[in-house]
Design a protein around this ligand. Structure first.
Ligand code: NAP
Ligand code: ZN
Ligand code: ZN
Length: 345
């Protein structure tokens, strides 16, 4: 079936309206009428070629919320009319050690990304900046009632990407967590870490968003442009989640970790992040990475957010504002996630 979409025709080019082909609904598939699609900085890295060559044209979008309009005959846990979500993956092998552990994002045979990936049938996947999508039901999440659909869309990437490391490294009462960068991921990290009971500090480039950060759940807020910050906070955090989309001086941030503390990089800048051994060995610190989360923990995160009344702070835009939104994200001028109303595509 032909559906409307917005695609980047080549690396670095503005996105423009187009039509794409979606497969027919198979026995295990769900057809979703998309309502909202969030704009993740990964969409921008991808279309700008930051992460290498891509199979253009690329329709980005992996924070998808919509309504089920058709289900295949073998589908049991989603039905027509359900509000559902799709995140960064649309398939994985389901047989390897990672998949069996529920870490489909680390599928040893390669998870299939929601866009710019080769699907099982050999076609290239196309993402959520479109009106309809067909997805294997096992990779479709249930959006709990009570979550605003536009504000829930960013949970499918920004939410899960911060929830998973916060859970994995035991953020909770008695732990001190810092979130570096108050953008799409960062503001979700603040809300979730606060809801988990941790003491939360925002490390932002400036104090411009301090009031917001404290309102979102941070206990403390510091500007990283102020060198005194690194002196004042030396050795103080159990966990730092770095969400910055560009290179940072990792060694300076490692110095903010307590003994046994961990700095988890979720930001995915194209350039290397050099680490001095001395930054780690002096206090048994760890430098780690984390990518989104598996399907089961993504559903757990959505249910957690519903229980705690957590959604993203969003600016809903029409499709013809996507290119302008990209510029604003690149200028750190996002509060705190752009979400496309896909009825405008
Ligand atoms: P975003 O909304 O643009 O937020 C990034 C924030 O980082 C900005 O708002 C800004 O916060 C800070 N920042 C930007 N440039 C900076 C610089 N040069 N120096 C210091 N701070 C800077 O982006 P996002 O959508 O949250 O994504 C963030 C990164 O995570 C991207 O690289 C993206 O690809 C990656 N990502 C990874 C995963 C994963 O699974 N690991 C999933 C999704 C996204 P302040 O203004 O507060 O300083
Ligand atoms: Zn993303
Ligand atoms: Zn697998």
């Amino acid at each position: 079936m032909q559906v409307n979409a917005y695609a980047a025709p080549k690396a670095g080019a503005p996105l423009a309206p187009t039509t794409i082909e979606r497969r027919e609904v198979g026995a295990n598939d769900v057809l979703i009428d998309i309502e909202y699609a969030g704009i993740c900085h990964s969409d921008i890295h991808t279309v700008n070629g930051d992460w290498g060559p891509q199979p253009f044209p690329v329709v980005p979008g992996h924070e998808i919320v919509g309504t089920v309009t058709e289900v295949g005959e073998a589908v049991t846990h989603h039905k027509v009319g359900d509000r559902v979500g799709v995140g960064c993956m649309v398939n994985a092998c389901r047989e390897c050690a990672s998949c069996l552990r529920g870490d489909e994002q680390y599928c040893l045979n390669g998870m299939i990304g929601t866009y710019a990936a080769t699907d099982r049938d050999g076609t290239t996947t196309q993402g959520g900046y479109s009106t309809r999508v067909v997805v294997d039901a096992n990779f479709v999440l249930s959006i709990p009632e009570g979550l605003d659909p536009a504000a829930a869309a960013p949970l499918l990437c920004a939410g899960i990407t911060t929830y998973t490391p916060l859970k994995h490294w035991d953020a909770g009462p008695g732990t001190k967590v810092a979130v570096v960068g108050l953008g799409g991921l960062g503001h979700m990290g603040v809300k979730i870490a606060h809801a988990l009971g941790a003491e939360v500090t925002v490390l932002s480039q400036s104090l411009k968003k301090q009031e917001d950060g404290l309102r979102l759940g941070a206990d403390h807020y510091y500007a990283t442009s102020d060198p005194d910050t690194f002196e004042a906070l030396a050795g103080s955090f159990d966990l730092i989640i770095n969400t910055v989309s560009a290179g940072i001086d990792v060694n300076a941030y490692l110095g903010l970790l307590a003994v046994d503390g961990t700095l988890v990089n979720v930001g995915a800048p194209p350039e290397p992040l050099p680490v001095n051994a001395m930054s780690l060995i002096g206090a048994r610190r760890s430098f780690a990475g984390s990518m989104i989360g598996g399907i089961a923990i993504t559903q757990e995160m959505l249910d957690f957010c519903a229980e705690h009344g957590i959604t993203s702070e969003v600016e809903v835009i029409a499709a013809d504002q996507i290119n302008e939104a990209y510029e604003r994200v690149l200028a750190s001028d996002v509060r705190y996630r752009f979400v496309i109303d896909t009825s405008t595509i």
